[in-house]
Design a protein around this ligand. Structure first.
Ligand code: SF4
Length: 346
């Protein structure tokens, strides 16, 4: 597939694209040539978790197709208002691991920092859609406290920048944070979990790639791509630049009903990721967050889907199927159902 270089792009451009993201449901319908009478069914969900879609992502959605797999990830729907047993606002009980403002420390050896509460896109299935970002802002005083926390615990080897989306913050701020972290001798790795370059490929600026390339910390970037249609030429070019700048470029996806719940689509996604220099890493079962129950796929279906991937792909292209459980000390692996085990995959 043909790719394009991002080097010519003004680094400020991504911030303008971010600011111009579509956040008006009526405008979304008009831009995508969808029936105007869908508007009423979108309003209640939009009021509780607002619509947000940046232009480069919008351009990958097929106009007029109400079932487009990218549209369904961002479209506010009435099912979000249903109260479903077991679906809660904090499905991973992160509040009990939120030891300090902006910090989640639940797994041994690594901590997660809420670098930014903002995202470039609002994914309807997001497990942090109710997260109290307002209580977790990392101002100057909180950052110093957090550095003290990291310095005092030399079992911590890895810092994960998360959010929201950590790349919603400026390269200048990221550089300052990374520089402070590099001074803590026991830290070895910096990991970034981000969807921003996926939805705004222009976010992969020369400043960002240089920061990743020049850090004394090993760097791992984990993107979040759910469907092969998300991988257009501009994203492929951005991923190749990230790949050259990092020690590891991995992807995690969420299994979503009506979006990527077919073995063939998941295989195409793995192939397309690898073509772009990205290794499929995790395939997550949906976290039971309030408002997202309509995306749920049963564990048995998920096992069968990954079994189909095992039958079709080399092992390194099959992501680990996992679920997160509140209170668990790691993600919980789920074994696929294989055809040659004599078990049905229908
Ligand atoms: S980009 Fe990530 S954190 Fe932001 S809404 Fe989507 S899934 Fe949630």
């Amino acid at each position: 597939m043909q790719t394009m270089s991002l080097n010519h792009i003004n680094p400020i451009q991504w911030q303008q694209i971010l600011a111009d993201a579509v956040s008006d449901p009526a405008m979304l319908l008009e831009r995508l040539q969808l029936p105007a009478n869908m508007l009423d069914s979108m309003i209640a969900a939009h009021d509780s978790f607002s619509l947000r879609v940046p232009e480069p992502y919008l351009q990958r959605i097929t106009p007029g197709d109400v079932n487009d797999p990218l549209l369904l990830q961002v479209l506010p729907q009435p099912q979000e208002q249903l109260e479903v047993k077991g679906y809660v606002t904090d499905p991973l009980d992160e509040r009990s691991s939120n030891q300090q403002q902006g910090l989640i420390h639940k797994y041994r050896g690594r901590v997660l920092l809420i670098v930014s509460g903002g995202c470039a896109i609002n994914c309807r299935y997001c497990f942090r859609r109710h997260f109290p970002y307002g209580d977790n802002q990392l101002g100057g005083a909180q950052w110093q406290q957090l550095l003290d926390y990291l310095k005092q615990d030399n079992s911590i080897q890895e810092v994960i920048f998360s959010g929201g989306d950590p790349l919603a913050t400026t390269d200048q701020r990221l550089a300052s944070m990374v520089s402070d972290l590099e001074e803590i001798p026991h830290l070895k790795r910096l990991r970034l979990h981000t969807r921003l370059p996926v939805v705004i490929p222009q976010r992969v600026t020369p400043e960002l790639t240089q920061l990743l390339q020049n850090s004394r910390l090993q760097t791992v970037v984990v993107t979040h791509i759910n469907h092969p249609q998300e991988l257009d030429d501009s994203l492929i070019a951005a991923l190749k630049e990230l790949r050259n700048a990092t020690d590891q470029l991995l992807n995690q996806s969420v299994l979503l009903k009506g979006i990527n719940d077919q073995g063939e689509i998941l295989c195409q996604l793995s192939e397309a990721l690898f073509d772009a220099g990205v290794l499929p890493y995790y395939l997550h079962l949906l976290d039971p967050v309030a408002g997202a129950s309509h995306f749920k796929i049963s564990e048995t279906t998920a096992k069968n889907l990954v079994g189909q991937m095992c039958d079709s792909l080399p092992g390194y292209l099959v992501p680990k199927l996992v679920k997160e459980l509140a209170g668990a000390t790691a993600k919980v692996p789920i074994m696929p159902i294989l055809k040659n085990n004599g078990q049905s995959i229908s």
